[in-house]
Ligand binder design. Sequence first.
Ligand code: FES
Length: 317
Amino acid sequence: MILDGTLSARVADIETLSPTLKRFRFAREDGGRFPVAPPGAHVQVTLRGPERVWRNAYSLVTPPDQRDRYEIIVRRVATSRGGSHFLHDVLKAGDTVELSAPASLFPIASLARRHILIGGGIGLTPFLSYLPALRARGAAFELHQFCAEDEAETFRNLLGDHEGTVEVHGSKDRSPPDLDSVLADRPLGTHVYACGPEGLMDAVAETALRLGWPACSIHRESFAPAAGGKPFDVHLAKSRRTIRVSAAQTLLEALETAGVEPPSLCRGGACGACLMPVLDGEPEHRDHVLSQAEKAAGRMIATCVSRAKSESLVLDL
Ligand code: FES
């Protein structure tokens, strides 16, 4: 579900959860209520620093019926291109941010008879909004959270006491989780949802398929922060402009910095909202939206994550 509009919000509170995790609570500037956010929804947060603007998508961790505040949990990433550092080190209570309307790209399967949620590290966040919704529905579910041992207590505290349905597996040596024991011998109608590092999500999908699960029962939260890469030029055919995309920028960020406001939603290669037609040049595709045939044709590009293999690209923009 996508709602139009951007909301101005105030940082109501910032809570330190661990050395690298903080929870941010936002309230509407006008004192009103936020739109209903379905379980697994995310918002795009716009942060305006003195020298640049960041727009990042984060899963909401608030229960779907919680409308007086929105909450996100953000990990401070050492290799962050800026967003998480700004949130952790600069943003303070009382500051203003812009929030997009919530969008849901990772919904709960309404016809599932049982739900298995598998989180890896900070990939727990969408499930924090799933859990109250699943409980309210009386749904059969279980959650397996895989993380480093020194973060297990933090995640247990976030999840609360839900004996029998929630397990936190802390690993000392980051050994791969035993997914066979989680996914084997499940009744028909069970759905699995994975969110976390790409490797974990791939392993969940591969294990489930090997064990005979139908592909339609396997779900993953596939948006992830975009990485930088080789700089390149983008020529805009309609407006006859040339914009440089630096090594640290995404194509979408370079367009926005130049005053072009192309559409975007997940900013992580998962939704297709930012797809643009390519007239010339060779894209380097990094999204989960285009098919292999579409990627090979090279006629569309997801500007939020994909880049150029060639020295430049020409967009129909
Ligand atoms: S904004 Fe979702 S794929 Fe680019």
